[in-house]
Design a protein around this ligand. Structure first.
Ligand SMILES: Cc1cc2nc3c(=O)[nH]c(=O)nc-3n(C[C@H](O)[C@H](O)[C@H](O)COP(=O)(O)OP(=O)(O)OC[C@H]3O[C@@H](n4cnc5c(N)ncnc54)[C@H](O)[C@@H]3O)c2cc1C
Length: 407
């Protein structure tokens, strides 16, 4: 298995919890979605256990680029174009609310996770993308959303040492983190609030009905729960007997490469990307970390569930991008490479809420590549939906799984 830099340097949970006999809510999957849901449920007094096959943040949540983004990576005018003005505003507000709630939680709980709140730089790969960024800026300005348009001539000040970009949009609300430290920090906070976090618990079947599910593990153990929440991304769709997850959620694989620490690395602590966020990069402890280019190989890594291998052609294409845009990194080795599996949906929005046709079951998954930026608040909204029947956040109807119900 090829672990990410983040997984190799992060510390494990301080405490291993045993499998409880019975809880109110069983959360299957211990990525950011699972631990966020568990934290908010436990804080509200619900008994909850997270059942995680490997260890917390072992999959996508520990293998990403650690960027906390606004707009699910899309330029704002494109969100308007796809969803319409009102829903675009709701979506943007949801992400802004997520960041505020997440930052407050990390500060209150004292989670040390390399959070740098220095904003994000969306770079234009082509003159065409620059014109789109200007369009996005016009809309952001009209709606009073904080941003700054960076003309091509100003780029040396914003991103010293970069070559070949055509301008940028700066979003001060974006940030970067060490994702494994962040997700395990949330998991520890959930434990303190009373949640059981059970690692090495691979769920193989969910029998029974709402109020009394039997959750069976691959090693023969089992647990009972009144409610089940699927937080398994695209990795265990078959556990949902309604068939909605198999029908709707699809996997795709991202790849990241990284240097060891480089002396005098000139790049700022921004979340950075270009080419409509298809290529994304940042600095971490003087290492340059970059992912993307999945579109540069046939098949675009769609349908792949294996994150123990990588594609050498993508590595070569990422290196070519680095050498083109950052001459200072020519000749610098990139010894670290890893992949992670993401989950997509046909409309590009996550699934958050009750699974239709299967009372007592809920889902929080399929973030289309941006779950680190979305799942904390979504976990709180889902906890509200489970306990109170609905969440007051106005964006929640956008994410209802029932939009994909077949009948
Ligand atoms: C290369 C890459 C770069 C990315 N960059 C960013 C970024 O910069 N910003 C951003 O916002 N997002 C980014 N993402 C996306 C983000 O990482 C994901 O959207 C998010 O981590 C998904 O979280 P999750 O909890 O749904 O899934 P996961 O983290 O995949 O968690 C699912 C968990 O379920 C467990 N599981 C599976 N089957 C079972 C079972 N049968 N029983 C028990 N447990 C099971 C798995 O072991 C896993 O831990 C990136 C992703 C990748 C791969």
């Amino acid at each position: 298995m090829s672990d990410s830099l983040w997984l190799r340097e992060a510390r494990a949970l301080d405490r291993a919890d045993a499998l409880p006999a019975r809880v109110d809510v069983a959360v299957v999957g211990g990525g950011i979605a699972g631990v966020s849901t568990a934290l908010h449920l436990a804080r509200g007094g619900t008994s909850v256990a997270v059942l995680e096959q490997r260890h917390i943040a072992a999959r996508a949540s520990g293998r990403n680029d650690g960027q906390l983004l606004l707009g699910l990576g899309e330029h704002y005018h494109r969100i308007h174009g796809q969803f319409g003005a009102e829903r675009a505003r709701q979506l943007w507000q949801f992400l802004a609310d997520n960041h505020e709630a997440l930052r407050a939680e990390l500060a209150t709980a004292g989670v040390a996770c390399g959070l740098h709140e220095r904003g994000g730089l969306r770079l234009a790969e082509t003159p065409h993308e620059w014109s789109e960024l200007q369009e996005a800026s016009t809309l952001l300005a009209a709606e009073g959303k904080a941003h700054e348009l960076v003309a091509p001539g100003e780029l040396p000040r914003w991103l010293p040492g970069s070559v070949g970009f055509h301008g940028a949009l700066f979003l001060p609300g974006e940030a970067i983190v060490q994702p494994v430290e962040m997700v395990r920090g949330i998991a520890r906070t959930a434990q303190s609030a009373g949640a059981a976090i059970v690692e090495g618990a691979s769920v193989s079947a969910i029998d029974g009905d709402a109020g009394d599910f039997e959750i069976r593990l691959g090693d023969g153990r089992s647990m009972r729960a009144a409610v089940v929440v699927h937080c398994t991304s695209t990795l265990a769709r078959e556990l949902d007997p309604s068939g909605l997850l198999v029908r709707t959620v699809f996997p795709f694989r991202g790849q990241v490469i990284a240097t060891d620490p480089v002396v005098d690395l000139p790049f700022p602590d921004h979340a950075m990307s270009s080419n409509f966020c298809y290529e994304y990069f940042r600095v971490s402890r003087s290492r340059f970390v970059i992912g993307g280019k999945r579109w540069s190989v046939p098949g675009e890594q769609l349908g792949i569930l294996d994150d123990s291998s990588h594609d050498e052609r993508i590595t070569a294409n990422l290196l070519a991008y680095v050498h083109e845009h950052f001459p200072a990194l020519r000749g610098v080795p990139f010894p670290h490479v890893w992949t992670g599996i993401m989950a997509g949906t046909p409309d590009g929005l996550p699934l958050v809420g009750a699974l239709p046709g299967r009372p007592g079951t809920f889902a929080l998954l399929a973030f289309n590549g941006y779950g680190l930026s979305f799942a904390f608040l979504a976990g709180r909204c889902l906890a509200e939906a489970i306990v109170d029947g609905q969440s007051p956040h106005p964006a929640m109807p956008l994410f209802a799984p029932r939009r994909f119900a077949s009948d």
